[in-house]
Design a protein around this ligand. Structure first.
Ligand code: UD1
Ligand code: CA
Length: 477
């Protein structure tokens, strides 16, 4: 029989807290538990057919990085002794994404129990606690995993801890069968459940914490005698009970246990992550005029007293200093904006863009791999790529750095205090000296000396009364 204690996440009943394991360790919340070692097995062998994608499901991005990286970042926070990721055959990109963590390949996809068995070698000789998580559950929190480890390490030291939850719609989740005394007898998969069992609203999230000394012995006893003909990981609860070992349920929140099986669920998870990042940004002193229209990346860094207007997208690798103003409709990736700089509306900063203090990028300006030094201004309709714009330089509307000749990229250097007239083509490699002026409409192919004027447009010609005669002629026709 399996004894089951239902424990709300993070809130440990005093009677359990009082019964300490032999080598107690005080955690942040005052709970004491034994110093067992932790290993984590992440199951990610499924392609996720409902995603209708060529990409393995767990490689689909959330906030700019594969969903499995979110989960790995969380479990890394537990500082486990080992992390092993079970992947399917031919998933090289996934193996690279999870490196340096070792992967185990599950060649045939015969069920979650079979998948954990694939990690047997990776866990060779490990006798601590094994956390098993599903790669398609990226919102799982460290706090919840710690609660599971606590439950496992607190007397009566259950052999299996299952993370349960009560979803609004229990759908096809496995059901945790708890009897009147609060004991769990087994986990019943939806396809094998009777109508009565389907009434149960306490569901299996898929996350488990298992005594590493028992895990593989239990899995060796699992058979595929069920509706799906699969080796279910969930069967180990009943098998543990038969062997006289106990189990516990820790209850978690539906939101963080969202499993991603379709692109609709992917979008739901993205919405949750974005909301979380928006809230954190505002709590840290960032004003968002219309939070729901601003999209961050997992690694976006923003200083204080920053204002972000509506409809702004942050790709990966953006760092924003204090007192920066991001006006409406900007798109940024791989960009660094230092204190007091301003961009937009409608600016695009591509990778390698750097704005030093007080620099300004205005509307319909694209910047790539370029530094705008202190106080430099590029206010309208311009492309600055592979360039330096010196301190306090002013680049006029419609300026283009012609950085690409179809084969190679070349650099444009604009000196401090230089003034580039509107509609100028700077044909790289080219250097404009400090304080130089380039006349509007020029095509600059040669270096310009400091403080010099460069004009390369055709001379203007005037013909008196020509326009008037032209109109008269046309009106006669
Ligand atoms: C599983 C649970 C169910 C639980 C649900 C929560 C079992 C038998 N059932 O069902 O009780 O309510 O998750 O979401 O465990 N995987 C492999 N190899 C396999 C099979 C699965 O790596 O051979 C991986 C998948 O990539 C996925 C995870 O295991 O990350 C879960 O597999 P899935 O088929 O989605 O399980 P469910 O049917 O949802
Ligand atoms: Ca699933």
């Amino acid at each position: 029989m399996t004894l089951l204690v239902t424990v709300a996440c993070g809130k440990f009943p005093p009677e359990l807290r009082a019964q300490l394991s032999p080598f107690p360790e005080v955690l942040n919340n005052g709970t004491q538990m034994s110093k067992n070692k932790t290993a984590v097995i992440v199951l990610a062998a499924g392609m996720g057919t409902r995603m209708k994608s060529d990409l393995p499901k767990v490689m689909h991005p959330l906030a700019g990085r594969p969903m499995i990286k979110h989960l790995l970042a969380t479990v890394e926070g537990l500082k486990p002794e080992r992390i092993a990721v079970v992947v399917g055959p031919d998933m090289d990109d996934l193996e690279q994404a999870v490196a340096p963590h070792p992967t185990a390949i599950q060649t045939d996809r015969l069920g979650t129990g079979h998948a954990v068995l694939a990690a047997r070698e990776a866990l060779e000789g490990f006798t601590g606690d094994v956390l098993i998580v599903y790669g398609d559950t990226p919102l799982l929190s460290k706090h919840t995993l710690v609660s599971m480890l606590e439950a496992r390490r607190t007397k009566p030291n259950p052999a299996v801890v299952v993370l349960g939850f009560r979803p609004f719609d229990p759908g096809q989740y496995g059901r945790l069968m708890v009897d009147e005394e609060g004991d769990l007898n087994q986990i019943v998969e939806f396809n094998d459940a009777t109508a009565e069992e389907k009434e149960e609203d306490l569901c299996n999230s898929g996350v488990m914490c298992v005594d590493g000394k028992l895990l593989f012995n239990l899995l060796d006893q699992v058979t595929n005698d069920n509706a799906k003909g699969e080796y279910y990981l969930t069967d180990i609860v009943e098998l543990a009970g038969e062997g006289g070992s106990r189990s516990v349920v820790v209850e978690g929140d539906e939101e963080e246990l969202l499993g991603i099986n379709s692109r609709v669920e992917l979008a739901a998870a993205e919405a949750i992550i974005q909301d979380d990042m928006r809230t954190k940004a505002m709590e840290n002193g960032v004003t968002l005029l219309d939070p729901s229209t601003v999209y961050f990346s997992h690694d976006t860094k923003i200083g204080k007293e920053v204002t972000i207007e509506p409809n702004v997208f942050f790709g990966p690798g953006v760092t924003i200093g204090d007192h920066v103003h991001v006006r409406a409709f900007c798109h940024l990736e791989g960009a660094t904006l230092e204190g007091g700089s301003t961009i937009g509306p409608f600016a695009r900063l591509r990778p390698g863009s750097q704005l030093d203090q007080g620099a300004k990028v205005g509307n319909f300006v694209e910047v790539k791999n370029a530094v705008l030094e202190k106080g430099a201004k590029v206010s309208h309709l311009t492309y600055i790529g592979d360039a330096r714009v010196g301190e306090e330089a002013n680049v006029g509307a419609g300026t283009i750095t012609c950085n690409y000749d179809g084969f190679d990229k070349s650099h444009t250097d604009i000196g401090a205090g230089a003034f580039i007239g509107s509609n100028t083509a700077l044909v790289a490699p080219v250097k404009i000296g400090d304080g130089a002026i380039v006349g509007a409409g020029s095509t600059v192919t040669k270096d310009v000396a400091p403080d010099a004027l460069a004009v390369s447009r055709a001379d203007q010609r005037g013909v008196d009364s020509w326009a008037k005669r032209f109109r008269q002629q046309k009106n006669k026709d």
